[in-house]
Design a protein around this ligand. Structure first.
Ligand code: FMN
Length: 226
């Protein structure tokens, strides 16, 4: 009987939805506050004011601010079809968002993946990894100057069956949409950000423990304006 129960336990553990390439410390899931869908600043004002910012106040971001940025980047705006704030080639949705979070109240420092379907963050790596990320991105100081760093990645296998040799370029295009949404949303939040394209692909993949076939596309340090 004991052997049978032990066998069942082993079976359950090996079948649990666990990504073997992620050092999932304790798969914490954080529910994000409902995003705002209207605001005081017009799209024209956001476009006018958007600027790349590389220095930030030391103030941490709130969970509501992180959630708002995540929603602007990849939030679901048509639940029936799963369509999002950013366009996606053939609605294949290859983008993933990772937030390196430090100093946010009630959130352990770590790397979190955004799940648009239920608007939550899932912890995938424990601890503050900003320094590791900076060292594989030409030591750009904006990465450790910011309390939050967003990394946009693309999963090629979601888009390649349909678009073949155009798939990779479509992923880069899509990352541009996601990044611009984030830039524009940062303006009414009084937040600064910058897109970083200068990094080692393998280095970022190692830091985030990405699966084969998932490509880092952009790094975006994010912090309150000084
Ligand atoms: C594809 C791409 C890659 C970029 N890479 C970096 C980068 O590695 N580091 C950085 O500080 N800024 C980077 N930038 C931001 C540009 O330097 C910035 O957009 C430019 O100076 C114009 O400033 P603005 O965004 O305030 O209009 C990048 C921008 C693009 C579009």
């Amino acid at each position: 009987m004991i052997i049978f129960l032990f066998g069942c336990l082993c079976f359950i553990l090996t079948c649990s939805p666990h990504d073997p390439n992620k050092e999932t410390v304790s798969m914490t899931t954080i529910e994000l506050p409902e995003p705002e869908r209207s605001g005081e600043i017009s799209i024209e004002e956001s476009l006018q004011q958007r600027r790349s910012v590389r220095e930030y106040a030391s103030t941490p971001l709130s969970l509501a601010e992180i959630g708002q940025l995540a929603w602007s980047a990849q939030g679901i705006t048509d639940p029936a079809r799963g369509f999002r704030t950013a366009p996606s080639a053939g609605a294949t949705f290859p983008m993933e968002l990772y937030f390196l979070i430090s100093g946010t109240e009630d959130v352990a420092d770590g790397v979190y993946r955004y799940r648009p379907g239920n608007h939550v963050l899932e912890q995938v790596i424990d601890g503050d990894r900003r320094q590791d990320l900076q060292s594989v991105a030409l030591h750009q100081e904006s990465i450790t100057a910011s309390p939050i760093v967003l990394v946009i990645t693309g999963v090629l296998s979601r888009i390649e069956p349909r678009y073949r040799d155009r798939a990779m370029r479509y992923m880069y295009m899509e990352a541009g949409h996601v990044a611009q949404n984030t830039y524009l949303q940062s303006v009414p939040l009084n937040i600064g950000t910058v897109v970083i394209g200068a990094f080692s692909d393998d280095g970022v993949s190692d830091v985030l423990q990405l699966d084969d076939g998932e490509y880092p596309l952009y790094i975006m340090p994010i912090g309150k304006l000084r």
